[in-house]
Design a protein around this ligand. Structure first.
Ligand SMILES: *Cc1c(COP(=O)(O)O)cnc(C)c1O
Length: 434
């Protein structure tokens, strides 16, 4: 484990006040330089003949981010057919995309096969289904190694009770199906969970997969998933990538010798690549002293960033309008009409209405989990690189909220579509440009 004292400073080139002035808030900002740093860090840590880093794009699915990661040299890990299509639009070749679904329909599997991407098989019926197909396609098999790892239960996906993968104890069934249908197994995969601090957990999982690999002679790659941890708090322990790189490379190279061929080592990081690149900028709507607490109410809520409420996640918060201000203890809360607390008793620089707060680690599982709850707009997204800021997603408008809604009059029994008065839309837009 790596002991760090994390500083949480904004990179030069990311000026939150100027960006919020230009694009308005709430706003997601991603620093391309950090994504690049993280990609290179992981890429350089492993000394193996062939390494592939597939970006797990559910963390942050903006097409410009996908394109940027492709240009850095990443492949793509997708969990839905829609993510695959975005990856293809971003320029990834089908062979550079692996589809790792969990409990999807055979119809969606067929759609993914038609798009030509690699298929990661997560259950025995699916393995049989693919085996029975006339056109043979190679598969990767997701093994559940029964290792309990990960930051919390929701993201700990490799344990005996987890829905993911084919249980390690069901390997005889895998072998039966593979033999019966002459399936080419091109890869073995595991992903034990997110936020794994301990390098040994990765090594344990790898040990299980590499031993199993000896029974599959047609392999091209071993995919060890992800779970690399980054710092969310000042003194958070993080995955020691360099230690992992040294130990895993040694083990993997030894495996390749025993196997008789050089295979590709694959990882599929999400959080590690994009978490620290992101800042979520919000304006302070209200500062409110109650008899018990001092609240900062911001123009956002669990609709934009649900991790604190969903996972008890900690996001470092700085008042970028008053960065040198004296610190006080605040509860930072959203505007949603149920409890949406971003931070409790948090030490933040003295804050007044109109100030801009920056939430750190807002790159992974933040915008991609955002919703329109309370009929609020989802924020805009900006990517900064080489001193230039690029708008990569427009802020939503009232029209977006109404886009797929169909107004019917069930009392009169008509289904006449009555669009909202244009005057209302105009008003909304003016409101927004302010
Ligand atoms: C979500 C996911 C990842 C990425 O996990 P991180 O903790 O964000 O790195 C990798 N592989 C699979 C199969 C996933 O579902």
């Amino acid at each position: 484990m790596e002991k760090v004292t994390h500083k949480f400073e904004l990179n030069e080139g990311v000026n939150p006040l100027a960006l919020a002035e230009k694009y308005d808030a709430p706003l997601y900002v991603y620093d391309g330089a950090i994504i690049e740093r993280q990609f290179n860090r992981l890429n350089n840590a492993f000394k193996v003949p062939k390494l592939i880093l597939n970006y797990a794009c559910k963390a942050l699915t903006n097409i410009s981010i996908l394109k940027f990661l492709r240009q850095l040299g990443a492949g793509l890990d997708c969990v839905s057919v829609q993510e695959i299509k975005m990856g293809l639009l971003a320029g990834f070749q089908p062979s550079e995309i692996i589809y790792t679904p969990s409990g999807v329909s055979f119809a969606e599997i067929d759609a993914a096969i038609a798009l030509g991407v690699r298929i990661n098989v997560d259950n025995l019926p699916l393995l049989e289904y693919i085996g029975q197909k006339e056109a043979k396609i190679p598969v990767c098999i997701r093994i559940n190694p029964h290792i309990k790892a990960g930051g919390n239960d929701k993201i700990s996906v490799g344990s005996v009770n987890s829905k993911f993968g084919i249980s390690y104890q069901q390997i005889p069934y895998i072998k039966q199906l593979v033999a019966a249908y002459a399936i080419k197994v091109e890869g073995l995969h595991m992903h034990t969970g997110s936020d794994i601090k301990d390098v040994d957990v990765f090594l344990q999982g790898a040990e299980i997969l590499l031993n199993l690999a000896m029974d599959f002679p047609e392999l091209d790659f071993i995919d060890l998933g992800s779970g690399f941890k980054v710092a969310y708090k000042t003194d958070d322990k993080i995955t020691d990538i360099d230690e992992l790189g040294v130990k895993m490379s040694e083990r993997f190279n030894r495996f390749c010798q025993a196997y008789g061929r050089d295979l590709t080592l694959v990882f599929e990081p999400g959080k590690f690549l994009v978490s620290e690149s992101g800042y979520f900028l919000v304006r302070v709507n209200v500062v409110k002293q109650t008899t018990a607490k001092l609240f900062i109410g911001v123009d956002s809520g669990l609709n934009h960033l649900i991790r604190p409420m969903f996972y008890d996640a900690h996001h470092h918060i700085v008042n970028v309008s008053n960065p040198k201000g004296e610190k006080k203890l605040y509860d930072v809360v959203g505007y949603i009409c149920e409890t949406d607390t971003f931070a409790e008793n948090r030490s933040i620089e003295a804050t007044k209405v109109g100030d801009l707060l920056a939430f750190f680690n807002a790159g992974a599982y933040c915008f991609s989990m955002a919703s329109n709850y309370n009929s609020r707009f989802r924020p805009a997204e900006v990517l900064v690189y080489n001193g230039v800021d690029y708008l990569v997603r427009k802020r939503e408008t009232f029209e977006d909220l109404m886009l797929n809604q169909i107004e019917v009059d069930v009392i009169r029994g008509t289904d006449k579509l009555e669009l909202p008065e244009l005057a209302i839309l105009d008003l909304e837009q003016k409101e927004h440009k302010k």
